[in-house]
Design a binder for this molecule. Structure first.
Ligand SMILES: NC(=O)NCCC(=O)O
Length: 603
């Protein structure tokens, strides 16, 4: 496609005319920073500013390209911004270029938020339809829509009525897009609020990946949920970091707030993504200053392309709400600033779509650039994941989660993160580990090992190293989990014994053993007590396998019991009389427990 002269440069007179453009979400009267600079600077100065702001791709500014007339006609008829660019890659001797045409759509809602829900949703379909048609007419291969595109961003209101707009993965919006995907031979990524009908009608924030034959390739559920209204609506994703092998390349979706989490980006890269979309719904106060920085950094650090999409416009809700920022109640969340754009692995990026109008941005990209950058800058090869594996394992038991559970009352560096328990985060991490190395080809998951790179020994080695690192990481999580559970059980036993006045926790005798050698060994260790001081000094690293075995034996044989079963004088006969049945026996038991604690402290 022949580059055209900067076709997106408006003249100062047209766009900056405040009488004809009173939009206060503009940038000094312009739709985008690109327009502002282009109209305000001399061509030479603008050229240099462009190099510094948007970078160079293969030594040249990212070039605009011209599109077919039907796309342009649709853009002027339906008043949406239409821009198109091209990222090149170096020519290779052994691989053909892998040029893919990718599109991103940003849109405002179509009806007031007070309209009947079905009307609102269908009006958005109608509004977006000509933009998808323009993408189809322009020959777009992969198209991504914005986060929760079929509804207003009602999460900010905290009202649960918006849940009605949730759909199953194969719901109305998917069916609407499946027809278009078939018609235009186009992969479409459709981020929706999902209702999982098969699993308790659970809500998720999900991107549905629709194949170019109208098939549903798969879905990804948002991993990171902002601690604002959204977290009260749907669950943290359980799909890990899937990469979908489509007819046009390996793609992944990092939904909105996930853009603030570099490890989320990293995981998609480790799984082999060449193009990652970031469908968002975000406003100036949250993210405008990070908008380009985070996307570009992700593209550079992970050697893939990024397509960033943000919804656009103001959405006014019927009932006033607050944003917890001390400001008065309001009926709109803020201005969604659009500005959708692409970033490339070489650090270059396109200008952005309008800050206040619907739009379609298209870019050609040669996916060969991903590997070329891996070879050139070597960020993947020099990444040293093994240095971070153990640290990540320990940090996954995050202090905040520990404090929430009330298990520790002090934070003293390493100790506080190395100690107990959080099963949930470990479960999530091992799930992510399982996902690594898997891609799906048109819906079917496959082990990447089943289709190793055939010609490159080095690729195979890197893949094996990756697997090794992941296994080390996963096993470190499991060992930590195991140790923590044992530590936790012993500590509980200790507390129960302490309250009930029994002697300190002590290794229990084994049940009768058939093997006399074994029983001798056990009896020799009988008198060794495990005290709370022992417990306090124990970390996963300083516990030998032998000690670990002893700890396990105590846990297995020291039956955890309820408090009243542990009271000192409890026998089978009078057990019933010891149970707390009324105020009086309750007070007596409390007194005993108090006495035990006082005695223990004075020791
Ligand atoms: N939808 C969403 O995740 N919003 C968060 C906004 C942001 O942090 O950019």
């Amino acid at each position: 496609m022949a580059p055209v002269k900067d076709a997106f440069c408006p003249s100062l007179a047209t766009e900056n005319d405040s009488s004809s453009n009173s939009n206060d979400h503009s940038i000094c009267g312009f739709e985008s920073l690109h327009h502002l600079l282009c109209a305000s600077l001399s061509p030479q100065v603008f050229q240099e500013v462009k190099r510094l702001l948007w970078g160079l791709n293969c030594g040249r500014a990212v070039e605009p390209i011209s599109l077919s007339d039907p796309a342009k006609v649709l853009s002027s008829k339906h008043d949406f911004d239409l821009q198109a660019f091209c990222f090149n890659a170096d020519k290779e001797l052994l691989r053909e270029p892998r040029i893919v045409r990718v599109g991103l759509i940003q849109n405002s809602i179509a009806l007031p938020t007070t309209a009947p829900f079905l009307d609102q949703k269908r009006a958005i379909f109608q509004k977006v339809r000509p933009i998808i048609d323009a993408a189809g007419a322009a020959g777009v291969n992969v198209l991504c829509l914005q986060e929760a595109w079929i509804m207003p961003y009602g999460f900010c209101t905290l009202e649960k009525r918006w849940c009605e707009l949730a759909e199953p993965v194969d719901g109305e919006s998917t069916q609407f897009l499946q027809d278009l995907a078939r018609k235009y031979n186009m992969v479409i990524i459709s981020p929706i609020l999902e209702r999982d009908l098969k699993h308790g009608e659970t809500l998720w924030n999900t991107a549905v990946i629709i194949g170019n034959h109208g098939n549903i390739i798969g879905k990804h559920r948002k991993n990171h949920i902002p601690l604002i209204g959204e977290s009260t609506y749907y669950m943290e994703g359980n799909t890990g970091h899937p990469v979908f092998e489509t007819a046009y390349g390996k793609i992944a979706v990092n939904i909105c707030y996930g853009k603030h989490h570099p490890l989320n980006w990293l995981a998609f890269g480790l799984n082999g993504a060449e193009l990652v979309f970031n469908p968002s719904a975000t406003i100036r106060q949250f993210s405008e200053q990070m908008w380009h920085v985070e996307a570009r950094n992700a593209a550079i650090a992970n050697s893939y392309f990024v397509g960033s999409i943000n919804r656009v416009g103001n959405e006014v809700f019927p009932n006033p709400f607050t944003s917890g920022d001390g400001k008065p109640q309001h009926t709109d969340f803020g201005h969604f600033y659009g500005s959708s754009h692409f970033s490339a692995p070489d650090g270059s990026c396109t200008p952005s779509l309008s800050r206040y109008r619907d739009g379609l941005i298209i870019s050609d990209m040669d996916l060969n650039l991903c590997r070329q950058l891996k070879d050139k800058w070597g960020f993947r090869m020099t990444s040293r994941y093994e240095l971070y594996a153990e640290l990540l394992g320990r940090c996954s038991l995050s202090c905040i989660q520990l404090l929430r559970q009330g298990h520790i009352d002090r934070l003293d560096g390493d100790e506080s993160v190395a100690k107990p328990w959080n099963l949930r985060s470990r479960k999530a991490v091992s799930k992510a580990a399982v996902e690594i190395g898997r891609v799906s080809r048109n819906g079917e998951f496959q082990e990447s090992a089943a289709s190793p790179p055939t010609s490159s020994l080095r690729s195979a080695t890197v893949a094996n190293l990756k697997t090794l690192v992941v296994k080390v990481l996963a096993s470190s999580f499991h060992v930590t989990a195991f140790f923590n559970q044992i530590w936790c059980s012993l500590f509980k036993q200790y507390v129960i014994k302490k309250l009930s006045g029994s002697p300190l926790a002590q290794e229990q005798s084994e049940p009768e053993m058939k093997n006399p050698k074994l029983s001798r060994r056990v009896s020799k260790r009988q008198d060794k007590k495990i005290t709370v001081e022992h417990l306090e000094k124990m970390y996963q690293k300083n516990v030998s396998p032998l000690w670990m075995k002893r700890l396990m034996r105590v846990v297995q044989n020291g039956s955890l019991s309820t408090l009243d079963e542990e009271l000192p004088s409890s026998t089978d006969e009078d057990e019933a009389s010891l149970r707390i049945k009324d105020d009086k026996s309750g007070k007596a038991t409390a007194k005993k427990i108090f006495q035990n604690v006082v005695n223990a402290r004075s020791k």
